[in-house]
Write a protein that binds this ligand. Sequence first.
Ligand code: MN
Ligand code: MN
Length: 331
Amino acid sequence: MTRDPNQPPLNQSPLNQPPLNQPLGGNQMPRFAGPATMMRLPAHDSAAGLDVGFIGVPLDTGTSNRPGARFGPRAIRAESCLLRPYNMATRAAPFDSLMVGDLGDVAINTFNLQASIGIIEAAYDEILSHNCKPLTLGGDHTIALPILRALKRKYGPVGMVHVDAHADINDHMFGEKIAHGTPFRRAVEEGLLDGKRVAQIGLRGTGYAADDFDWPREQGFRVVQAEECWYRSLAPLMEEIRGQLGAGPVYLSFDIDGLDPAFAPGTGTPEIGGLSITQALEIIRGCRGLDLVGGDLVEVAPAYDTSGNTALVGANLLYEMLCVLPGVAYR
Ligand code: MN
Ligand code: MN
């Protein structure tokens, strides 16, 4: 059947329940108009009552090369205005069963990276206290560390699907323990991750030594270098990864530089020979069935892509993450 977008969605209101948030439709307000929340969802000050919260972390003081990911959340929200609620490919209807809102941005201290880590942790502790699942608009990849710390406090060590050109397991960068290339080294040291339940996909490029990709393997991670992904569907890989990760909480961390710079040039540390858009969709859709407790899309630096494409891709991939969360309705 065809839905009239001016009518309330089908889903709604089991008896005595308030209606679920819906993205503002393109027939109610032109898509290029109105406040630029994620998917044109209602803004919320608190995660109370939300099943899922989109939240921005506009931090880029952990970047090592090109800065600019502080502008990622705003650009992703702007490009998300084109997203419609129903997933034509997977039949997911996330707004038929989940209460989803936009929690705005974490008020990081842009002059103090260390202080920002604590601010982010506190923000995610608060979100998680409401049993709300965070879907994060980055921000550079440093932000995964405070998010994983908060997740550990709620769930214990989590599994992880990590898409990236880089392993992000440096011991330090320029002597600093906290930076966008170190979060998963710290996460292992702090017991935030269940190493046997971690998969890294898309790793490539030049390094300092073989250890850059061997250290994560020594921690039990499955490392899938980009070359293993070339010319093929990743659906079979994701079947294997679902088997590896099994039951138990899983976090999905997606660095946009996992994609080839042909598709996502607006990022700080681009590497050639990366994943395609369709492979990214296969990875995220292949997470359906996992017990996902949150996800992020990081390292969108809009200034390096005047087309807006990188932020558009980021917005779409965050929507796809929403569509594979536990509890999503399929129609
Ligand atoms: Mn990264
Ligand atoms: Mn990266």
